[in-house]
Design a protein around this ligand. Structure first.
Ligand code: F6R
Length: 240
């Protein structure tokens, strides 16, 4: 694991965006795994800036998002589909047919999860996967559990995750289920970049990097990947 501590979330965004835009320059048909939440927003802002300033095209790029809420219309302002379009896709020249999500409203969620995993594998697998980390050390929506998960699946969100994310759901209740890529699917990415900022992440970050590899700390599995870069601000790194 390569750990880099920077002063601000904006500096992290610039550094992480460079990893992604360098990949797109070198490999215009690359496959990117993307995350939602607060952590990647500065990175997305910086990718957009580079796209505009340097004219890098995303027309050949395919993206696969980590997760999506269940029982939330795709067009809802809190769907991850909407988030990604607002925060990134609408400002790039990426093609709509090249952006992929799990369908959290599928009637047969098992079939939907198999479809998604097969599509990623048939596309050649993810070149770079972007991750945040939950306060409980979840990656994607892989919550602390008795065993590491394999492919995509439907998950019941923990109280900790509901507490952290319900701020975004003002008038409507937050969904309690989501579809998420599984841990082994995430681990099959060729390169993984994780961002953590703020004091609430400090304990999860310490357990991920310094603790034992255990499904009770889902992000700890990243110790077993041979190309992981972790970007932290000082608050998130404070217990290392
Ligand atoms: C989002 C995701 C989650 C978040 C994590 C951190 O697609 O998979 O694992 O990365 O909950 O969220 P923020 O960045 O909002 O602290």
């Amino acid at each position: 694991m390569k750990v880099t501590v920077l002063k601000t979330a904006e500096e992290i965004g610039v550094a992480v965006a460079k990893i992604f835009t360098d990949e797109v320059k070198a490999n215009p048909d690359c496959i990117l795994g993307l995350a939602t939440g607060a952590s990647p927003i500065p990175t997305y802002n910086s990718i957009i800036k580079t796209h505009k300033e340097e004219g890098i095209s995303f027309k050949g790029v395919k993206t696969y998002n980590l997760d999506e809420y269940c029982d939330l219309p795709k067009a809802d302002k809190n769907s991850y589909y909407t988030f990604m379009h607002e925060q990134l896709f609408n400002s790039l020249d990426i093609l709509e047919e090249n952006v992929h999500f799990l369908d959290g409203n599928a009637t047969d969620t098992d079939a939907e999860c198999r479809r998604y995993d097969n599509e990623i594998n048939e596309a050649g697998g993810i070149d770079i996967q972007l991750l945040g980390i939950g306060n409980n050390a979840h990656i994607g929506f892989n919550e602390p559990a008795d065993s590491f998960t394999d492919g995509s699946f439907k998950v019941k969100l923990t109280d900790s995750t509901i507490e952290a994310n319900k701020i975004y759901f003002d008038e409507n209740p937050m969904p309690h289920y989501a579809l998420t890529m599984g841990v082994n699917q995430i681990m099959s990415a060729k390169k993984i970049v994780l961002i953590a900022t703020g004091p609430k992440k400090a304990e999860a970050v310490r357990n991920m990097i310094k603790g034992e590899v255990t499904p009770q700390v889902p992000a700890s599995i990243l110790q077993n990947h041979n190309d992981v870069e972790i970007f932290l601000d000082e608050a998130a790194a404070s217990l290392l």
